[in-house]
Structure formats: structure tokens, C-alpha cells
Write a protein that binds this ligand. Structure first.
Ligand SMILES: Cc1cc2nc3c(=O)[nH]c(=O)nc-3n(C[C@H](O)[C@H](O)[C@H](O)COP(=O)(O)OP(=O)(O)OC[C@H]3O[C@@H](n4cnc5c(N)ncnc54)[C@H](O)[C@@H]3O)c2cc1C
Length: 455
């Protein structure tokens, strides 16, 4: 139909999806109508359900992201899971192009004996819980956190430090966050005394940023401990001479190496050259057997055979994220195969299919990395329109199809009702916002606003 805008569906309203929608809506060459779809009733992906709740400034990024949701060429459609509520090929029949931005939120396993024992969790489980993700296994995480005295966090990236920090924070420090109340209550009552963070390799190979590392030293009721012997490797000094990031991390760790455990505070011990070999326990985790390692010339951890046991009631593995396949979409090693953002199926570029964000390049980079990434993808899409590969065609509105089938899509006004309900709930306790955790509570806020408007 001449003059009809190009209909583009973006699957996933996290940063990559929002940046892709923004790049599409903000250009003047091609008239577009963008549907920004998410399986959750809320937008923002890991900005809402990943970035640590005590990082208030970082989470405020969503104010900027929200501008895109307000754009007249963009329609937010939440509470619709592509692949479940609507099959991929069905969506493709209704629109002219699809941009997949559904993230890579699956966890990686350690692959060691005992990992399946109760008391062993993935960081994804803990993060989903404290951020109030509707799919979090609330009962299981709360049961474990509420009796955790000795916690082991496996991994030395920023997510591992996020988990350690949140568990070590005092109730007063967590009050200004958006965490759901039951999360605050569970953390306040948790008997956490010792948190050990394990790195397989040396401090020079740790991937956490210096900022996150230093932040640990400013907690109100925690003491950070580092064994000075972990900082004596001549190889680390050589790496520090070449890499400022390593040098800064080693300097921060050296400050901690002078600390001693202080009574009445949670001790957060950062241990390096320590590889978990198995989780101990019969009906639940009671400890982690750890092997001392050394780092070889290629930077790999090599076991020394020297073993010890770290007591633990709760073990949280934080060793990376991975992507999963959307039914009907190819996946190769955790990402969707592509050529400059154009999806590749069986070695050929697939017309009208694009990918951006973590599911395109893997779980790396900061939020802003997705902006550049999404722009590359949108540039490919617009080039395909310019060359005539992609043309407005499509079918009637897929949201009507969904509604006729009894679906409950959450549109922008509905999300605003959720937003307002969370702000109102926060105000009751003197907080800026309190996250509504359960999907049912989120949808109840939508229904309440609709009923108020009708009445
Ligand atoms: C724990 C954690 C903490 C982080 N902290 C920081 C930080 O402090 N600073 C920083 O810069 N970066 C941080 N990051 C990285 C940042 O969050 C990512 O770079 C970014 O979120 C990736 O964007 P994305 O859009 O690709 O994926 P996501 O943010 O995961 O968004 C994907 C979206 O797709 C939706 N979706 C999934 N499947 C479907 C489906 N089938 N149908 C419809 N929708 C679907 C999901 O609900 C989600 O909303 C953190 C990441 C994690 C995991």
C-alpha cells in the first residue's frame, strides 16, 4: 500500500531494543511504525532486572530510555512472549521486518559435582530475586538467603561483586533502593556473617572494574579482606605495568590486604587462585572444596593439587550469561548468526530479520555498548529498504490478532499505570519507588487504573 509506513517489530524492550527503536524512529528517510515487544509487562530489560538496585544513578538511565517509549512512531507492547504467545513466523507475516533484541539472560554452570544440591544458586536467580523479576524463584531464594551465614560467590566479575555487595549491605543502605519489601525484609533478617568471593585465576585476571572493587570498601557494615600472599605474583606486577586497569585493581586490593576482620561487620573476603572443585554436602550445601591454582604462561588456571574447604550455606555462581534459542530462530554458540546485524540462516542472509544487543554479540559490554550495536543493525535495515530488498507490505495489526485470542498486551498507558503504582507504593515508606514483584501485581495495577478511568 503506497505511503504505508514500514512495520518493524523489535522483540525485547531492553536497552538494545530501545536503542534500535530509537534509531528507527529518529531517522527521516523511511516512514516507520515500530512495535517494541517484551514478554514482561514492563520495559527496560536488565536496566530494571539486572543493574544492582543500590546503583541508583545507573538505574536512572531508564529515564533517558523512556523518551523512546514516548515517541509517536513507537508502540510498547508488553506481556507478549514471542515464541509462546505469538509464534515467530506469525509475527513475521504481520510485519515487514523483525529485530531480535531478546538478550542472553541464561546462566552458565560450573560443571562440578554437588552443583545441583539445595543451597547452590546461579547469580541470575539471586539478581532476579533482589531486582523483583516476575519469574524469580522467590520461595527458593528467600529460604536460602534467610539462613545463609557463610556465603561463597564464585566468580570475580562485576555481577559477582554486585551479589556480594547487596548481601553485605545494611538495611539502612538498602532502604533507598527500589527493591520489593519482602526482599528488604529477607535481607535485613539474613544472618550473613562471611562472604567469600572466589577467583580461579589471579587478581590481575579479575574482570571486575576498579570502581566496583573500591565501592566494596565503602559499605557501612562490612570489612573487605584480601590475603597479602595473593598479591605477590611477579607476573601480576608485569601485567600491571602494561595495563592501567590491572594496576588500579591491584592498588585497591593492596589497600584491603591491610584489613583485619572487624567484629559486628560482615567480612567480604576476596580470594584468588582458588578454583571450586566440588560442593560438599548430602542433602544441602555445607561447603566448597577449593583447589589452589597458579596461572600459566597463557593466562590459564592450573591446579596445584593443594585443597582446602570453605564453609558455605549458600553458593552463588557468577560465571557468565548465555543466550537461548527463540523457537524458529537459529543460534550458534549462544548468539544469533548475523552479518552486520542481518540474521543469517543456513549460511544465507534472511530477508527482513535483524539482531542487536546481547543476543547478537554475547553478554559483554555496558548498557551504552548496545547503542552503537543497535545502530549498526538499523543501518543495515535502512540500507535494505534503500536497495529495495525490504518494502512495506505486511498484514493487519498483530495486536488485534492477539486480543481476539484472549491475550492481554500491556501498552504504554498500562505501563504508566504500573509506574504510578510503584511510585505510590514507594511513597508510603518514604522511598522513590517500590518494585512490584509478581506478574499478577503488575497486571492488577493495570486493571485498577482501567477500572478507575471507567468509574
Ligand atoms: C546482573 C547484571 C548487572 C549489570 N549491571 C550493569 C551496570 O551496572 N552497568 C552497565 O552499563 N551494564 C550492566 N549490565 C549489562 C547490561 O544490563 C546489558 O548490556 C544490557 O541489558 C543488554 O541489553 P539487551 O537489550 O541486549 O538485553 P536485556 O537487557 O536482557 O533485554 C532483553 C529483553 O528481552 C525480553 N525478552 C526475552 N525473551 C523474549 C521473548 N521471547 N519475547 C519478548 N521479549 C523477550 C526480556 O524480558 C528483556 O526485557 C548488567 C548486566 C547484568 C546481567
Amino acid at each position: 500500500m503506497p505511503g504505508r509506513p514500514l512495520r518493524v517489530a523489535v522483540v525485547g524492550a531492553g536497552p538494545a531494543g530501545i536503542y534500535a527503536a530509537d534509531a528507527l524512529a529518529g531517522q527521516d528517510d523511511v516512514p516507520v511504525a515500530v512495535d517494541l515487544i517484551d514478554r514482561l509487562p514492563t520495559p527496560f530489560g536488565l536496566v530494571r532486572h539486572g543493574i544492582a538496585p543500590d546503583h541508583l544513578k545507573m538505574r536512572a538511565l531508564r529515564e533517558t530510555l523512556h523518551h523512546t517509549l514516548d515517541h509517536e512512531r513507537v508502540r510498547f507492547v508488553g506481556n507478549v512472549e514471542i515464541g509462546t504467545d505469538l509464534a515467530l513466523d506469525e509475527l513475521r507475516r504481520h510485519v515487514d521486518a523483525v529485530v531480535y533484541t531478546y538478550g542472553a539472560a541464561g546462566d552458565r554452570a560450573l560443571g562440578i559435582p554437588g552443583e545441583e544440591l539445595p543451597g547452590s544458586l546461579a547469580a541470575t536467580d539471586v539478581v532476579a530475586w533482589y531486582c523483583g523479576h516476575p519469574d524469580a524463584d522467590r520461595g527458593r531464594v528467600e529460604e536460602l538467603v534467610s539462613r545463609a551465614r557463610d556465603v561463597v560467590v564464585v566468580g570475580v566479575g562485576n555481577v559477582a561483586l554486585d551479589v556480594a555487595r547487596v548481601l553485605a549491605r545494611s538495611p539502612a543502605e538498602l532502604h533507598p533502593t527500589e527493591m520489593p519489601h519482602h526482599v528488604l525484609d529477607t535481607l535485613a533478617a539474613a544472618p550473613v556473617e562471611r562472604i567469600t568471593v572466589l577467583g580461579r585465576r589471579g587478581p590481575a585476571q579479575a574482570s571486575f572494574t576498579t570502581q566496583e572493587l573500591r565501592e566494596l570498601g565503602h559499605l557501612a557494615a562490612a570489612t573487605v579482606l584480601v590475603d597479602p600472599a595473593d598479591l605477590t605474583d611477579a607476573g601480576d606486577a608485569a601485567l600491571a605495568a602494561e595495563d592501567r586497569h590491572v594496576a588500579r585493581n591491584l592498588a585497591a586490593l593492596a589497600d584491603y590486604a591491610g584489613h583485619e576482620a572487624a567484629p559486628g561487620t560482615v567480612s567480604v573476603r576476596l580470594r584468588f587462585h582458588a578454583r571450586p572443585v566440588r560442593l560438599l554436602g548430602t542433602d544441602r550445601v555445607i561447603g566448597v572444596e577449593v583447589e589452589r591454582t597458579r596461572v600459566d604462561a597463557d593466562g590459564r588456571a592450573v591446579g596445584t593439587g593443594e585443597l582446602d574447604v570453605v564453609p558455605a550455606d549458600l553458593v552463588v555462581r557468577s560465571v557468565g550469561y548465555r543466550g537461548h534459542a527463540l523457537p524458529g530462530l537459529p543460534l550458534d554458540g549462544g548468539t544469533v548468526p548475523h552479518d552486520a546485524g542481518r540474521v543469517v540462516r543456513d549460511g544465507e542472509v534472511s530477508r527482513g530479520e535483524y539482531v542487536a544487543g546481547w543476543i547478537k554479540r554475547g553478554p559483554t559490554g555496558v548498557v551504552g555498548t548496545n547503542k552503537h550495536d543497535a545502530r549498526e543493525t538499523v543501518a543495515s535495515l535502512l540500507a535494505d529498504v534503500a536497495s529495495g530488498v525490504l518494502q512495506p507490505g505486511g498484514d493487519d495489526d498483530w495486536v488485534d490478532t492477539l486480543l481476539a485470542r484472549g491475550g492481554h498486551p500491556v501498552l504504554l498507558a498500562d505501563w504508566r499505570a504500573i509506574d504510578a503504582a510503584e511510585i505510590a507504593l514507594g511513597a508510603v515508606h518514604g522511598r522513590a519507588r517500590t518494585t512490584l514483584h509478581e506478574r499478577e501485581s503488575l497486571l492488577a495495577a493495570v486493571r485498577a487504573a482501567a477500572a478507575a478511568q471507567e468509574g
